[in-house]
Each structure stands twice: as structure tokens, then as C-alpha cells.
Design a protein around this ligand. Structure first.
Ligand SMILES: C[S@@+](CC[C@H](N)C(=O)[O-])C[C@H]1O[C@@H](n2cnc3c(N)ncnc32)[C@H](O)[C@@H]1O
Length: 290
């Protein structure tokens, strides 16, 4: 019986070949990720059990995973998870797949809280999606109280699941609404990664076919990418505490208009732009003196 089934090494080689033949970028890496997920193997097990045979159920699951990836479904939706700031988060087609650059917002927020010696930080995350920012802040800062909003009830369900799984749901309040609608109180740190992809870019599926799988409400920033910033920036002043700060994710096409708006709307704040590891304008910092 066993002679008819592939070994793990053979399944891995076949998976890689199928992905390569279908021009999937990073085929070797993605084949390893999909084999590990389908066969439920740790990184070490993938290396040390390469001669073991794959049972038929696992092989069927792997075949299905490869077929989905060939149709350009993002690998993170297939495995159902992402890693963010060292923690595992559940993701599916109800939420954006957070890009690694978004960790910059967390780094800046943690630095600010340390520098301003805020002992019990109040944190607001606007457009929480899978909850990566809200949950990470709550997990990093055991004294923090966090409020997270989203216009999508489906996204809020995923965020709540992640908050429960990471043991912080007692310190995060979730609100359904647009931007800060229904939010009360003042916050030491406001975080947001709004949708900012230009609509015409989304329409061009050839550019990045994976984008069609993500919720459009999480990506589409309108004709100039500014739709949600135009709502968010004027609302910031009403939710930021004295000495508060906001760290808002941006993309190069929206950097200049965002900066101009923030300076005009919050003349007493220091407004600056931070770049990510690729040197791209990625985060707008709006900081009141603390
Ligand atoms: C780019 S995603 C970011 C999600 C998450 N913060 C992250 O970094 O992965 C933007 C999120 O904003 C939400 N959103 C879009 N428009 C909104 C609005 N007007 N008010 C509140 N949330 C909104 C979307 O549903 C989506 O979850």
C-alpha cells in the first residue's frame, strides 16, 4: 500500500514543480508552506521526515491547496494564518492580509508610550481588520485599554476571534461603525491602516492577481487613494488626548496630501513621515507634545 503513496520529499518536489509551471513567485518557499499546512508538519518535521509516506487524505488536501494557489488565491488565505509582530493571527477572505510593513506602526506606538511614560495607555485602532494592531498593542502592553473599530462586521468577527485566541479580549472593546462613529473617550495613541489602493490599480487584476481575493472595502481608497483619509484626519482631533499621538499607515501616492491635511487640521502637532525598510513613505506620525 505504502509504495503507491509519495514520500514527503516527493510531494514537496511535485508541489514546487506545479507552482513553478504556473509562474507562482517564490515557488520553493510557498511549496514548503503549503506542504507543512496540508500535512500539519512543523518546520523541523518537514526536514527530518522527508522519507515518510504521505497518507491519501493529506495528499488530497495538498492537491487542493496547490490548485487554489495556482488560481492565485493568496497563500495566507489557504493556510488561514499570518504572523504579525511575532504572533499568529487567523485570517480569511473577510479581512486584509496585513503586510509586514504595518509592524512599523506598532514600533512607533510602543516607542511613543515609553518616551512619554504613559503607564496605562488608551489606544484606538481605526479599521482593525483581523485585529493585528489592536491585539498586538494589548498583548505588548498588559496595562493598556484598547478600542477597535471597523465598518465591516465580518472583519470584527475575525478580530474578536484573534483577541480571544491571544488572551486579550477582556481589554479590547470592538465597535461597529465608520471611522470613529460611536467611539467615546480620548486616546493616547490612535493607530490606523486605512484602505489606500487607487481604484484603477484594483481594476487591473494583471498587476497583482491576488488582490481580487481580499475584501475591496479593505483595499479601495477611491480615485486618488484618499477617500478614507478624508474622513479620518478631521476626526482625529476629537479622539486624541492631550499629549496624544496618531500613527497612520500611508503609501507614497497619498503621502503628500495626507501630510498637508494633517498639518492644516492639527497645527499644534508635529507631523512627519516615516519610511519602511524599502525606503517607501509608510507611516504618518502626528504627535502632540507630551
Ligand atoms: C487596509 S485594512 C487594515 C486592517 C488592519 N488594521 C491591518 O492592518 O491589517 C482597512 C480596514 O479598514 C476598514 N474600513 C474601511 N473603511 C472604513 C471606514 N469608513 N470606517 C471604519 N473602517 C473602515 C476595512 O473594513 C478594513 O478592515
Amino acid at each position: 500500500m505504502q509504495a503507491d503513496t509519495s514520500t514527503i520529499a516527493e510531494s514537496l518536489a511535485n508541489a514546487r514543480q506545479s507552482l513553478e509551471l504556473n509562474s507562482i513567485p517564490d515557488a520553493a518557499l510557498e511549496a514548503r508552506i503549503l506542504v507543512r499546512a496540508a500535512l500539519d508538519l512543523s518546520h523541523a518535521e518537514l526536514l527530518t521526515r522527508s522519507a515518510s509516506h504521505v497518507d491519501s487524505g493529506a495528499q488530497l488536501r495538498l492537491n487542493e491547496f496547490i490548485a487554489r494557489r495556482v488560481r492565485r488565491e493568496p497563500v495566507q488565505y489557504i493556510t488561514g494564518r499570518i504572523e504579525f509582530y511575532g504572533r499568529d493571527f487567523v485570517v480569511d477572505s473577510r479581512v486584509l492580509i496585513t503586510r509586514p510593513e504595518t509592524e512599523l506602526l506598532v514600533e512607533q506606538a510602543l516607542l511613543r508610550i515609553l518616551e512619554c511614560r504613559i503607564e496605562k495607555p488608551r489606544i484606538l485602532d481605526v479599521g482593525t481588520g483581523s485585529g493585528v494592531l489592536a491585539v498586538t498593542m494589548a498583548a505588548e502592553l498588559p496595562a493598556a485599554d484598547v478600542v477597535a473599530t471597523d465598518i465591516s462586521t465580518e472583519a470584527l468577527d475575525v478580530a474578536q476571534e484573534n483577541a480571544r485566541a491571544l488572551g486579550v479580549s477582556d481589554r479590547i472593546q470592538f465597535h461597529h461603525g465608520s471611522i470613529t462613529e460611536g467611539v467615546t473617550g480620548l486616546y493616547d495613541v490612535v493607530l490606523s491602516n486605512p484602505p489606500y489602493v487607487l481604484t484603477r490599480f484594483l481594476a487591473d487584476a494583471e498587476v497583482q492577481p491576488e488582490l481580487v481575493y481580499e475584501p475591496q472595502v479593505a483595499l479601495d481608497g477611491g480615485g486618488d487613494g484618499m477617500d478614507v483619509y478624508r474622513q479620518l484626519l478631521p476626526e482625529l482631533g476629537a479622539v486624541m488626548a492631550d499629549g496624544g499621538a496618531a500613527y497612520i499607515e500611508i503609501d507614497p501616492p497619498v503621502a503628500e496630501p495626507c501630510l498637508d491635511s494633517a498639518k492644516r487640521l492639527m497645527p499644534t502637532a508635529a507631523v512627519s513621515v516615516l519610511t519602511d525598510l524599502s525606503g517607501l513613505e509608510r507611516c504618518m506620525a502626528i504627535e502632540l507634545p507630551c
